[in-house]
Design a protein around this ligand. Structure first.
Ligand code: MN
Length: 472
């Protein structure tokens, strides 16, 4: 165990590389399908993915377009000139013997991502983002003395986004990973499904007792924000412990054992020299003109920062806005409502309904708006509104006007006065409390009136009548 005082002697530095699978229909250099999620092994492959001799890669323009969108999402711009290189290494899931990637002329150079930790905004610099082809997958079956190779994923377009070593805690690393995820989803460049590995994070962690950077370890292939956070915590502790014992940190690649919540050593880090990078002679450079770049920029969708600003106008709290951002379907519904110029109060209500009961997302926007509006003008109580939503969930074709009418509120003063009389007689203690100024008790009495009227009473009228009856 290391004491907080020892821990405080060291400064943590984190940089993150993230591989994002782009959601193109076909692969980066071949016409094979790109959605390998549920496909049987080796069914989404062709001669290019197999690396057959003489097979020539053809660049998928859709991947370039998505990479350009990422450039804007990262507050940068696409490079007008970029090119592809070969990175050589041997592994059974890489039949060509090299990965096609971008070495010295990537498609994105520079950029920023703004995160917030403990209410403090912070900017994380982006070094670069480059396009590359994903490798296939080796699968090892328990009890078998062989491995199987599935090349469905071989050639899937990846954009590798490299951050500057600007983060200094596991909380910042986690916030950055989540923000990158939101950016990829809202820029509509990736399915960003972490379970399927659509985004994979590699964290570079070092600790140092002074301003100089310490020797870093790289923990690869983390696929959740929590794993990013925990891997940073684990590495910081491990490295400080070693240094305190007078041991060295070795630059190495580590893996993450999610069950044990520990990193483990995989291999010594290769140097760039080991990969023998060279320009890919089969692929011409990518040259983009202003017109092409401007067209993509003009078609950019709203990014998280735009949505945060947009939703804050509807009196939705920052925490709730973050919850909405995590659920893009909720934002889609709200966005449609905003475009239809729905009353702000109704938009807010739909937002809260959708978060509390995600199944209400299935309710048609115009029906949901009618229910919200009926509440807003107090033609319905919250009980009858939730009744209407429940019926609509079971049968979306039910007429919402009929449902609301069927449950219309009783605003007839005479009828409610009778119920109020009864409720006060039945609850003398609560009535006394209200008289003595305990206004919490009035909520209870209103509740009893609502119950007795089967949710049909107008709550503000009930409140008014109770006070009147008690001489307040
Ligand atoms: Mn890579």
């Amino acid at each position: 165990m290391i004491s907080p005082a020892t821990r405080a002697k060291y400064r943590t530095t984190v940089g993150i590389e993230c591989h994002v699978q782009l959601k193109t229909k076909t692969k980066l250099f071949s016409a094979a399908g790109n959605d390998a999620r549920e496909a049987p092994p080796n069914t989404l492959v062709n001669h290019i993915d197999f690396g057959l001799p003489g097979a020539l890669p053809v660049l998928n323009e859709a991947a370039i377009e998505l990479a350009c969108r990422v450039a804007f999402a990262l507050n940068s711009q696409p490079q007008k000139f970029s090119k592809f290189d070969r990175k050589h290494y041997f592994y059974p899931d890489l039949p060509m013997g090299y990965q096609i990637t971008q070495y010295d002329e990537p498609i994105v150079v520079g950029g920023q991502v703004t995160i917030e930790v403990n209410g403090q905004p912070k900017t994380v610099g982006i070094t670069r983002a480059h396009l590359e082809a994903d490798a296939g997958k080796n699968t090892h079956h328990a009890g078998q003395d062989y491995s199987l190779v599935d090349l469905n994923r071989a050639g899937t377009p990846l954009l590798e986004i490299v951050s500057e070593p600007d983060m200094h805690s596991s909380a910042e690393a986690k916030a950055y990973a989540r923000e990158l995820y939101l950016l990829m989803r809202y820029a509509d460049v990736s399915d960003a499904n972490l379970y399927y590995g659509n985004m994979r994070f590699d964290v570079n962690v070092s600790v140092s007792p002074d301003e100089k950077l310490g020797t870093r370890s790289e923990t690869k292939n983390l696929n959740s924000f929590r794993a990013v956070e925990k891997a940073v915590d684990y590495e910081v502790t491990r490295q400080i412990e070693r240094l305190e014992k007078g041991e060295r940190i070795v630059q190495e690649t580590r893996g993450w054992d999610d069950a044990k919540q520990k990193t483990f050593s995989q291999r010594d880090k290769e140097n760039a020299d080991d990969y023998r990078y060279m320009p890919d002679p089969d692929l011409p450079p990518v040259i983009l003109d202003d017109k092409y770049i401007e067209k993509i920029k003009a078609a950019m969708l709203k990014l998280p920062k735009d949505i945060r600003q947009e939703l804050s106008k509807f009196d939705i709290s920052p925490e709730v806005i973050e919850d909405i951002l995590d659920n893009p379907q909720i934002y889609q519904k709200l966005s449609a409502a905003i475009n239809d110029n729905i009353a702000p109060e109704n938009i807010r209500r739909i937002a809260y309904d959708s978060l509390e009961k995600p199944e209400t997302l299935k309710i048609r926007l115009e029906d949901h708006v009618k229910v919200a509006e009926s509440l807003r003008v107090q033609a319905s109580s919250s009980t009858s509104a939730s009744y209407a939503l429940e019926v609509l969930l079971e049968d979306p074709d039910k007429n919402v006007d009929d449902l609301l009418k069927e449950n219309a509120q009783v605003s007839d003063e005479g009828e409610i006065t009778k119920i109020v009389e009864q409720v006060i007689t039945d609850n003398p203690k609560a009535a006394e409390d209200v008289k003595n100024g305990e206004m919490k008790a009035i909520g209870f009495l209103v509740g009893q009136v609502m119950k007795a009227s089967q949710g049909k009473a107008n709550p503000s009228l009930a409140n008014h009548l109770i006070k009147k009856r008690l001489g307040l």
